[in-house]
Design a protein around this ligand. Structure first.
Ligand code: PMP
Ligand code: GLN
Length: 386
């Protein structure tokens, strides 16, 4: 069997940066602050709910759109948290993580040659998904230190071929939470040009400063928005791959059409367990959020004390630092050398930009790790500074 990288339109997407960096961490025995996964389990009651579902015989194909209990829990969550009403039959779709949600949305909603506007740095699968859909990605750049963007650039990115705007807030890798005025601007462009919005909200519950506002809750947006999220981050179960899409029936039907030929359906027992988790809501999520806030500050304070310029994130699992502040010129080279220099792995944010220049020296550090792991990493990173 050939192990050569793929050709054709997937040629630029051979190995994800997360796979490369986690393999490097394992091979070198480094502390892995690269890939964003927690190193502790989620709440015992949802783990027990998954085990109970398996013991209860929930082990065969579920209905393609998702088990009714989870679709009802998702609709209830959207109503309770955001005042958004969705019919669990037809307006809610369970996906295999938000990863499949984004892929199915782009494949289902775009025709070859359509354009998709997104913000860079972008979550890595977005550009690959656009390529799989035969769509063309157009970028609007977020710029440090506050990850602001120019509304004129958004307007200029829209053309008669634009089909949709893909928005990730809270945002990976920067940790930015798009504010009301920014969302208003995106919504205005969508309404003016009759665009669909697809939102990736997987970090919706991991906000430390400010407030997460779903784009769908803005005037005139519910009818044109597919909102995506996932249980992975909210309940520290990134390996379960339970995600969902909510939106008007005609848009969700297109996402479902793609989903049914990507995976058809998604892990039955985990769907039951996530339904339990969503029903418990804040009781399970608030302690995780508070502990992540402390770990964000532990990591950011530690990196700053080493002389690194740090952009403290308002949300997510990730902090960004500019390694130009310690004389580095290339984030990718820095991250590839870091295990040998210090025994720590991080992710170069430069790979999340199509135009690498604005991100050339930006490095992303995951803080969804136990405090002692973060402290160990900070001790190791002292080797960076004389
Ligand atoms: N979108 C963003 C912004 C992410 O950071 C991730 C990674 N967790 C995903 C989507 C993928 O989510 P899932 O694991 O639910 O597929
Ligand atoms: N979302 C995780 C991150 O940003 C990685 C998920 C993956 O490995 N694809 O680090």
């Amino acid at each position: 069997m050939s192990t050569s990288p793929p050709g054709g339109r997937l040629a630029p997407f051979s190995t994800t940066i997360f796979a490369e960096m986690t393999a490097l961490a394992v091979a070198t025995g480094s502390v892995n602050l690269g890939q964003g996964f927690p190193d502790t389990d989620g709440p015992a009651e949802i783990l027990e709910a998954a085990i109970a579902a398996i013991r209860d015989g929930q082990n065969q194909y579920p209905p393609g759109p998702g088990v009714p209990a989870l679709r009802a829990a998702i609709a209830d969550h959207q109503r309770r948290c955001y005042g958004l009403d969705y019919d669990p039959d037809g307006e809610v779709l369970v996906t295999t993580g938000a990863t499949e949600g984004v892929a199915a949305a782009l494949i289902g909603l775009c025709e070859p040659g359509d354009e998709v506007v997104m913000f860079e740095p972008f979550y890595d699968s977005y550009a690959a998904d656009a390529a799989m859909a035969g769509a063309v990605a157009k970028m609007v750049t977020l710029r440090a230190p506050d990850w602001s963007w120019d509304p004129d650039v958004l307007r200029a990115a829209v053309s008669p071929r634009t089909r949709l705007v893909l928005l990730n807030s809270p945002h990976n890798p920067t940790g930015k939470v798009f504010g009301r005025a920014e969302l208003d601007e995106v919504a205005r462009v969508c309404r003016e040009h009759d665009l669909v919005a697809v939102t990736d909200e997987v970090y919706e519950h991991l906000v430390y400063d400010g407030e997460h506002v779903p784009l769908a809750s803005l005037e005139g947006m519910r009818e044109r928005t597919v909102s995506l999220s996932s249980a992975g981050k909210t309940f520290s179960v990134t390996g379960w791959k339970i995600g969902w899409a909510c939106g008007p029936a005609e848009l969700v039907a297109r996402v479902r059409a793609a989903k049914q030929f990507l995976t058809f359906a998604t892990g039955t027992p985990f769907q039951h367990a996530v339904a339990t988790g969503l029903a418990a809501g804040e009781r399970l999520v608030a302690p995780l959020r508070e502990s992540l806030r402390e770990r964000r500050d532990l990591l950011c304070d530690g990196l700053e004390s080493l002389g690194l310029a740090v952009y403290r994130p308002a949300a997510t699992y990730f902090a960004t630092s500019d390694v130009a502040s310690i004389g580095e010129t290339d984030a990718l080279a820095f991250c590839r050398e870091l295990p040998a220099r210090c025994g720590v792995v991080a992710v170069p944010s430069s790979v999340f930009y199509r135009d690498p220049e604005p991100g050339r020296t930006l490095v992303r550090w995951a803080f969804c790790k136990q405090p002692e792991v973060l402290r160990d990493a900070l001790v190791r990173l002292k080797a960076l500074v004389p």
